[in-house]
Design a protein around this ligand. Structure first.
Ligand code: PGA
Length: 262
């Protein structure tokens, strides 16, 4: 079953209204040919969501970068999943390593947020990834299995969940794993999902790679088997770079041959 590629931009804590022109550029450049075959998404800071919705939708989607696990309540400074949906967001990034390490989020909290996102009708982009030390110790797959098990409540499907593999040591670092490593890791993640949610659902879940994706390496990364798109940080702040990454998605006919659990 062919999965629709997804190119997602994560603006992190960058950008203001002066940057909305970038979104209009992205919309104009992708709305015809690219958006016919590929889902394009930008996750700006929450202050820009409503503006971004107007600048991008309906062809290019808008998403949040986090949400609270509760639908509403006395949580000063937090934003709930229904609020994101109300602003026009269709996706939300959850469990990004910058929130896991910077805001003390553990797998159990991420799982509660994922459930909240699903209840609000949002697609959860669940991030997992190992540290440099875990990578060096050969613990990558063990870490990913643990994070996937802990961060995903039961009920994940291809419609409500996207997984983003983001090696922490690659984020913003200008380095990436080798294509071989990415292929093995994504294959292992799909196998893990298959045990967890059954093969048909696992086959439908999109697996993104994130961590120093740039126009220069996007073509090679996006052609890897079981890589269904990219989560792009730094390069998504530059409209031309982000558009170039969207253009690097292989044509459906040129996709690698299918076979096995991919
Ligand atoms: P990067 O960030 O593309 O700047 O490495 C990726 C991410 O953190 O999602």
């Amino acid at each position: 079953m062919a999965r629709r590629p997804l190119i997602a931009g994560n603006w992190k804590m960058h950008g203001g209204r002066a940057d909305l022109d970038k979104l209009r550029m992205i919309r104009e450049a992708t709305r015809r040919r690219i958006c016919e075959t590929t889902d394009v998404l930008v996750c700006p800071p929450a202050t820009l969501l409503a503006h971004a919705f107007e600048a991008l939708e309906p062809k290019v989607a808008v998403g949040g970068q986090d949400c609270h696990f509760a639908a509403s309540g006395p949580y000063t400074g937090s934003i709930s999943a229904p609020m994101l949906a109300d602003s026009g967001a269709r996706y939300v990034i959850l469990g990004h390593s910058e929130r896991r390490s910077g805001c003390g989020e553990d797998d159990a909290l991420v799982a509660r947020k994922v459930a909240a996102a699903w209840s609000a009708g949002l697609v959860a982009i669940v991030c997992v990834g190992e540290t440099e030390a875990e990578h060096a110790a050969g613990r990558t797959l063990a870490v990913l299995r643990e994070e996937l098990t802990g961060s995903l409540p039961s009920g994940a499907t291809g419609d409500n969940t996207v997984i983003a593999y983001e090696p922490i040591w690659a984020i913003g670092a200008g380095r990436t794993p080798t294509p071989d490593e990415i292929e093995k890791i994504h294959h292992a993640m799909r196998e893990h999902l298959s045990h967890r949610i059954g093969e048909p659902a696992a086959r439908a879940v999109r697996l993104l790679y994130g961590g120093s994706v740039k126009p220069e390496n996007a073509g090679e990364i996006l052609a890897i088997r079981n890589v269904d798109g990219a989560l792009v940080g730094g390069a998504s702040l530059n409209a031309e770079d982000f558009i170039a990454i969207c253009r690097s998605v292989p044509e459906p006919a040129a996709a690698p041959p299918r076979g096995g659990l991919e």
